[in-house]
Write a protein that binds this ligand. Sequence first.
Ligand code: AP5
Ligand code: MG
Length: 213
Amino acid sequence: MIIILLGAPGAGKGTQSEILQERLNMMHVSSGDLLREHRKRGTELGKVAESYMTRGDLVPDDLVIAMIVERLAAPDVEHGIILDGFPRTGPQAAALDEALDTKGRRVNAALYINVEHDVLVNRLSGRLTCRLAGHIYHEVFAPPRVPGICDIDGAELYQRDDDKRETAAKRLEVYFEQTRPVIEYYRERGSLCEVNGDQSVEKVAQDLVDCLR
Ligand code: AP5
Ligand code: MG
C-alpha cells in the first residue's frame, strides 16, 4: 500500500506519520527529513537544497524526484510507504506515478489534512523538533515532559530554521501557490480523502485510518 499525506506546512503530516507508521506497520518517507539529513551530512544535494530551504522555497523538482525515486528503490519500503511532503508539484506527482507504474504499483490513497491558515502559523511558530530523530513537539499543544528534551530519546529539541516567522510565512505562500493544485490532481483520480486537521492529534489519526477502510 502506498499512502500520500497532503497538507500545508504545520498541518500535522509528520505528527500523523509517526502514529500511522506504527499503527499500519508501514515505512515513513519524508522528503523534508531526507533533505535535512543531506544538509546535516553535507552532501552535494544538501548544499544545493540549503539555500532553497532557508528561503522557504521548494527545492527544484529534478533533484527531489531523483532523491525520492532512489529511496523508493530500497527493500525496506516493499511492504508499504507513507509519503510525507512529496509530491508537492504537478511534475512531482506525474513522476511518482511513472516511477510506481514501472514496478506495477500505484498510489492507493491521498490523505489531505486540511487546516486553516491562522492555526498553521501558531503551530509552526511553536514547533520543537528532536535533533536526533526528528520527533515533533509543540511548546503549547504537545510539550515535552522535560523542557527542551525529547521524551523518546533524550536528545535536544531545536527550532527548525525554516520555522522562523518570515520563512514560515513564505512556505505557506509557496504551498498555496504551488502545492494546492496537487490536491486536485488526486481528487480527479478519485483517490483523495479529506480530513479536518484542526482536531486533537488522536482524532485526526482516527479519521485518517477511517479513510483507508
Ligand atoms: P517539510 O519538512 O516537508 O515541511 P512542510 O511540508 O512545510 O511541513 P512541516 O514539516 O512544516 O509540517 P507538518 O505537516 O509535518 O506538521 P507537524 O506534524 O510537524 O519541507 C521543508 C522544506 O524542504 C520545504 O520548505 C522545501 O524547501 C523542502 N522540500 C521538502 N519536500 C519537498 C518537495 N517535495 N519538493 C521540493 N522541496 C521540498 O506539526 C506542526 C506542529 O503542529 C508541531 O508542533 C505539532 O506538535 C503540532 N501539531 C500537529 N498536529 C496537531 C494537532 N492536531 N493539534 C495541535 N497541534 C498539532
Ligand atoms: Mg513535517
